[in-house]
Design a binder for this molecule. Structure first.
Ligand code: AMX
Length: 474
């Protein structure tokens, strides 16, 4: 049966003719387009939704544009803009008590609803990308086609392989990753079209193409870094009939273990998106607002993810746990753990993997990883240590009295799962996070371009000017 797509927004009409599908040819005819195949591609689904989304925003702004949405205190200005409502992020909203919802769905709901690999238990990250971008849960067939499309786009240019190969092994994997993603600028459809001159209505389409290419190429880039730094430098080819996480696991060298592949599917799904204000998401969006290509925008976000207070924490956690284990040995008693936590705090360090700028409860991303561990590695000594820290740390951090959230975040658990399966190189962990984060932040970049989000430019003042503003004499 033919699928009819209706478009009611003139601004989008010119780009519709550029909607590409590897599986079929689509003819556009005025406000309608017809596809002879049964399954709608992601780009078709998005193209169909965008006019409605643009209208929604227009209506909201027309009716309520001058409504006051909050007030800002001087403490917030000096306090890292914490809690200032100033961003639009469609894919997810973070509740301080409940945790993240992706398009209104909790992690357990996503685990239930999103398509899985044949015989698999965990959701495929392809499905989450679809959900974040369109707000809809894709069918199994749509996810299979997206897996195939990402596999088809996965080739990495030779000069980027050489660039990675020339990096010294002691250059941090995140720096190598960001370097390679920046260099992908060479392939940017958006940058090329912009240089030639394109109407604004075409921005989202080129951003979509670049984002798909980027996501498709990231595992091959990441695996090359991993294999160069820690292994034999050889990276297996992408298997065109396999899903994204399978291929990534295979390229890293772990496809023998089906549980590791399932872990990768879960890991790549839950690390994607955490609303818009975190450093990696906000940076990608901010840089993108200058119409920098998705490649340049994402690499900027990755540089933020590489900080120890953000994504690098998952590297820090494993190193910290290993040091603890070395010191306390097999004594996992409450006193030994309590003492170690206090020694960390007293030396002026943070307890990695604990605390959060928004969350005030245990991170549901932590919970889903804990549940995975309980199913697959309940007797692993490092998991037992993580569980003991989970029991003791909230009390110690509360007594310490500084952090507003004494509970674990996503990074408190991931390293322990990875090391169990043999991926023990903690300095690589944030690269895995980065591959997943791309799947979360690029949908918003595509939406930003479709809705015509302007260049971001908040106002700053010097301390003298702030003092004047609040009537203070310094
Ligand atoms: N251990 C010790 N002290 C902590 C702490 C922790 N885990 N978390 C927060 N604090 C301290 C802060 O350093 C701050 O101290 P200061 O007043 O001397 O500067 C004080 O408690 C108040 O901080 P906060 O308002 O509770 O947190 P924040 O919003 O400023 O920072 C975060 C949030 C995540 C950076 C912080 O909790 C932290 O450093 N945690 C450890 C690192 C970590 O796990 N990062 C990963 C976060 C998740 C992610 O992005 N991937």
């Amino acid at each position: 049966m033919a699928t009819a797509l209706r478009f009611n927004n003139a601004a989008l009409r010119p780009v519709l003719s550029s909607v590409r599908s590897p599986a079929k040819t689509i003819a556009f005819n005025g406000l309608r387009c017809y596809s002879s195949a049964k399954t709608q591609t992601l780009k078709e689904s998005l193209a169909e939704k965008l006019p409605g989304e643009i209208e929604k925003i227009k209506k909201l702004r027309n009716g309520y544009g001058s409504k006051v949405v909050g007030e800002v205190t001087l403490d917030q200005v000096y306090g890292g803009a914490r809690g200032i409502k100033s961003l639009v992020w469609e894919g997810s909203v973070l509740d301080s008590e409940e945790g993240i919802r992706f398009r209104g769905k909790t992690i357990p709901e996503c685990q239930k609803l999103l398509p899985k690999a044949p015989g698999g238990e965990e959701p495929l990250p392809e499905g989450l990308f679809w959900l974040l971008l369109t707000g809809e849960v894709p069918s199994e067939q749509q996810v299979r086609e997206l897996s195939a499309e990402w596999a088809a786009r996965s080739d990495v240019p030779k000069f980027i392989e050489e660039l990675i190969d020339r990096c010294p092994n002691d250059l941090h994997p995140m720096a190598q990753f960001s370097l390679a993603v920046t260099a992908l600028e060479h392939e940017s459809a958006f940058a090329k079209a912009y240089a030639k001159g394109m109407p604004k209505s075409e921005y989202w389409s080129h951003t979509f193409e670049d984002s798909m290419d980027l996501i498709a190429k990231l595992p091959t880039i990441a695996a090359r870094i991993y294999r160069n730094v820690y292994k034999d430098g050889k990276v297996p080819a992408v298997q065109k009939d396999k899903d994204y996480a399978y291929n990534f696991a295979n390229q890293l060298g772990f496809s023998e273990n089906k549980d590791f592949i399932e872990l990768m599917r879960l890991y790549l799904t839950i690390h994607t998106d955490h609303e818009g204000g975190n450093v990696s998401a906000h940076t990608t969006h901010l840089v993108g607002s200058a119409l920098s290509s998705p490649m340049l925008s994402l690499s900027a976000g990755l540089n933020g993810l590489a900080g120890p207070l953000h994504g690098l924490a998952n590297q820090e956690v494993l190193n910290w746990l290993q040091k603890m284990k070395k010191q306390i040995g097999s004594d996992l008693g409450d006193k030994a753990i309590t003492d170690y936590l206090w020694s960390t705090l007293k030396s002026g360090q943070v307890v990695p993997g604990y605390g959060h700028a928004v969350l005030r409860k245990t991170d549901p991303r932590y919970v889903s990883q804990r549940e995975f561990a309980l199913r697959h590695l309940p007797d692993d000594p490092m998991f037992k240590l993580v569980s003991q820290v989970y029991k003791i740390a909230p009390g110690v951090l509360t007594e310490h009295g500084k952090t507003k959230n004494p509970f674990p975040n996503v990074d408190a658990h991931s390293g322990v799962l990875l090391q169990y399966y043999g991926l023990t190189e903690a300095s690589f962990y944030t690269v895995l996070f980065g591959v997943s984060r791309a799947i979360g932040v690029l949908p918003q970049l595509i939406i930003d371009r479709a809705v015509g989000a302007p260049i971001e430019r908040p106002k700053s003042f010097s301390t003298e000017a702030w003092a004047k503003l609040v009537g203070a004499t310094l």
